[in-house]
Design a protein around this ligand. Structure first.
Ligand code: KIV
Length: 271
């Protein structure tokens, strides 16, 4: 057995075990080979090929234009960089909402054509039957509740969800419905920390928070946000671990200057 084949892939079982042992689950999005490889080498547990690629990679205002083919294309690039992390793939808008059979076919395409370990679906109770169909047929599903960006036009903005009692109670019902349907984990996006804590305590499967405070089982961020590439996006839940837009901009400026001044390339950089 070679050294590479000894790397233990993160599985749904391992994710559940982490919750039970109180080990925090780490997750980041990735959309390409090099970033995925760095995430994996750093020890990230879950890499989400998020449909946020519609915003941060494709430059759209929402995630709605992202297609199933886009998701499969990016996942194929990501998988080439990943040895250990579990790859989860977002099912894009209108790839699972129409009916259960279509959701099953599309999730099946993701699993068949990529090395993904699971798919992610936005929504709770409403999609419980879909989640049940997928999981019963061997496709692990991660749920996603709270601020679900595919419903942005219904919400009318990116404000936190679950602040009102009624919506908070619905989110708890959503989490329970997803658990019952067989989801292996749930992303909770942009809800009050107290509510995320209640949801986490009310189910046995792990919760992964984004803008949901610390009383969840793990955390996820959009990789370009935490790297400081998305300059104009500064919500309070994004901690910037780097300021890459400044670093990259400065590199481009110096490159232009060096060419114009004749400094690049020098003798050592020539044959
Ligand atoms: O698409 C995405 O990147 C996501 C995360 C923000 C959880 O769904």
């Amino acid at each position: 057995m070679s050294a590479t084949s000894e790397i233990k892939k993160v599985t749904t079982r391992r994710i559940q075990e982490m919750k039970e042992k109180g080990e925090k689950i780490t997750a980041l999005t990735a959309y390409d080979f090099l970033i995925a490889r760095l995430c994996d080498r750093a020890g990230i547990d879950i890499i989400l090929v998020g449909d946020s690629l519609g915003n941060v990679f494709q430059g759209h205002l929402t995630t709605l234009p992202v297609t199933l083919d886009d998701m499969i294309y990016h996942t194929k690039a990501v998988q080439r960089g990943v040895k250990r992390a579990m790859i989860v793939v977002d099912m894009p808008f209108m790839s699972y909402q129409t009916n259960i059979e279509e959701a099953f076919r599309n999730a099946g395409r993701i699993m068949k054509e990529t090395d993904a370990g699971a798919v992610k679906i936005e929504g709770g109770e409403l999609f419980a039957e879909t989640v049940a169909k997928l999981t019963a047929n061997g496709i692990p599903v991660m749920g996603h509740i709270g601020l679900t960006p595919q419903s942005i036009h219904r919400f009318g903005g990116y404000q936190p969800r679950g602040k009102e009692k009624e919506e908070a109670q619905q989110l708890i019902r959503d989490a329970k419905a997803l658990e019952e349907a067989g989801a292996f984990a749930i992303v909770i996006e942009k809800v009050p920390a107290k509510l995320a804590k209640r949801i986490t305590q009310s189910i046995k499967i792990p919760t992964i928070g984004i803008g949901a405070g610390k009383y969840v089982d793990g955390q996820i961020l959009v990789v370009y946000d935490m790297l400081g590439l998305t300059e104009e996006f500064n919500p309070r839940f994004v901690r910037k671990y780097a300021h890459l837009s400044e670093t990259i901009f400065d590199a481009f400026k110096r490159y232009i200057e060096d060419i114009r001044s004749g400094d690049f390339p020098n003798e050592k950089e020539s044959y």
